[in-house]
Write a protein of this length. Structure first.
Length: 251
């Protein structure tokens, strides 16, 4: 399947769209950037004898992910503002309010990635319910990320009448969610060594665990790029809708 079949044709349909970054080039550029960043992070880590050092908190792979989330938040807010201009009288019950909700959601995800809010929630759950930490409960923070994904899908489904207007970017969003849940699975697998110890020889556990940790953060930034391209495309669709409305109003 080509990028044109993934919803790229709308990029050339208006004068405003032609002034925008072509979605194909944006997608390719982001994937190449992610790949180079991951390779550099691995190489620098190996050089320092700590392969995972640049995948840890507040290192540049995390900063890339945070920047992706905040950029998507801004794109979503721009969609909200564009859709808002299309109404004579603003109404908080309007379907396009979902874009403001999505904007807040991605801003929260950026802050969560930066400050590890889900890990604090994990500890709070243990304290509130007086839970003993086990291999299962220790993975609550990983499961919380999966819950974020399910909440996101639920919000989109609840607002499907609005979201249907952007069906051209659905493939990017679908692949983004797919990679998100792959990341959650890798996070659960790499949280401890207990699962790996049941699957592979003991001498392979440590190197495989490193590979899983690298794969988890790598998949996360690739998922972020798919979402970013999808929301960028949605913004272009919104602007095209606004342009058509303005043309009709002037005629």
């Amino acid at each position: 399947m080509t990028l044109r079949k993934l919803g790229c044709p709308f990029m050339a349909s208006t004068h405003e769209a032609r002034k925008s970054i072509p979605i194909t080039w944006l997608f390719i550029s982001l994937i190449l950037f992610d790949t180079v960043a991951i390779v550099v992070a691995i190489a620098l880590g190996i050089h320092k004898g700590k392969p995972l050092i640049h995948f840890g908190e507040h290192h540049f792979i995390t900063w890339i992910s945070v920047l992706q989330m905040l950029t998507i938040s801004l794109l979503s807010y721009s969609i909200f503002q564009t859709r808002r201009r299309m109404l004579d009288h603003f109404d908080w019950r309007a379907p396009f309010i979902v874009w403001a909700i999505i904007s807040l959601g991605f801003f929260f995800l950026g802050m969560d990635d930066l400050f590890k809010i889900h890990e604090s929630m994990d500890r709070r759950i243990h304290d509130i319910f007086n839970l003993k930490q086990t291999a299962f409960t220790d993975r609550f923070d990983d499961m919380i990320i999966g819950v974020y994904g399910l909440i996101g899908i639920s919000v989109l489904y609840a607002s499907r009448e609005e979201i249907k207007k952007y069906r051209q970017v659905f493939p990017f969003l679908i692949y983004g969610f797919f990679l998100l849940f792959i990341m959650v699975g890798l996070d659960i697998l790499g949280n401890r060594n207990d699962i790996l110890m049941r699957l592979v020889r003991s001498d392979l556990v440590a190197p495989i665990h490193i590979c899983v940790e690298v794969a988890e953060d790598s998949v996360k930034v690739f998922a972020g790029s798919f979402f970013l391209v999808g929301f960028y495309g949605a913004l272009q669709i919104s602007r095209r809708m606004d342009t058509k409305r303005a043309v009709r109003a002037d005629s």
